[in-house]
Design a protein around this ligand. Sequence first.
Ligand SMILES: Nc1ncnc2c1ncn2[C@@H]1O[C@H](COP(=O)(O)OP(=O)(O)OP(=O)(O)O)[C@@H](O)[C@H]1O
Length: 253
Amino acid sequence: MTALLTATGLMKSYRSHPVLDGVGLTVHPGDRLGILGASGAGKSTLLRLLLAVEAPDRGEIHFRDQPVRPGRPGTLAWFRRAVQLVPQDPYGSLSPRMTVAEIIAEPLVCLRVPGDHTARVRELLAAVDLDPALAGRRPAALSGGQRQRVAVARALAPEPQLLIADEPVSALDATVRVTVLDLLREASERAGAALVMVSHDVAAVRRICTSVAVLHQGRIAESGGVEDVLGRPGSQATRDLLAAVPRLPSVPA
Ligand SMILES: Nc1ncnc2c1ncn2[C@@H]1O[C@H](COP(=O)(O)OP(=O)(O)OP(=O)(O)O)[C@@H](O)[C@H]1O
């Protein structure tokens, strides 16, 4: 099967301090890959490279065999449509002046998708289990969980092939984390989009991901199927992460 996203030998240093040191990973259609790492492991840096907002010092990223490098505005329009971000903080990431409907339609407007987006917005509200009556509300009138559902709907709007989620539930109350995680899994599955989720939270990765790569001091310490890596950890980095995080209930059958 052709890979969706391939990263090989990614190196990145800031002021001669190496942050990523030869990172490689592959995402196939339908994968849900968790990138796990402690604070400072290089997760956010890797995410910026994968989103092509920053260039690696060395190494390459390909999306469906096409090279991806940040460059002149417009040159990556195809990639900007195919890969969408679900940001970490639903409080900071939604414009307070826009309505829910405007926020969800925003990528379609930015990507100059023609037509009236009302029907698509209604469909996306349903896809993330939000009441259509919320379409005219502004983010301040929503709960944290509802805001993150809006962020997921916005990311799904342009029918992406890959969602990249940056600690998508770390800013939410423990009580809504599980429902938003499950929603992310179900919505990405239904939309046929692969998922890469960056997290320090073993329980979140275990709950919704199919595979995992453990990032430690800028290198992949180990990677593989979620149950293989987290059930039989082969690195101290994974054992330390497992020791640090409380468990969430497992997914109902
Ligand atoms: N733009 C930058 N300039 C200088 N140093 C940076 C920059 N971005 C990241 N770093 C450094 O790179 C290292 C890894 O940071 P990064 O944010 O990628 O880790 P992380 O795994 O996402 O951590 P956290 O979970 O705490 O967000 C840190 O030591 C950080 O200080």
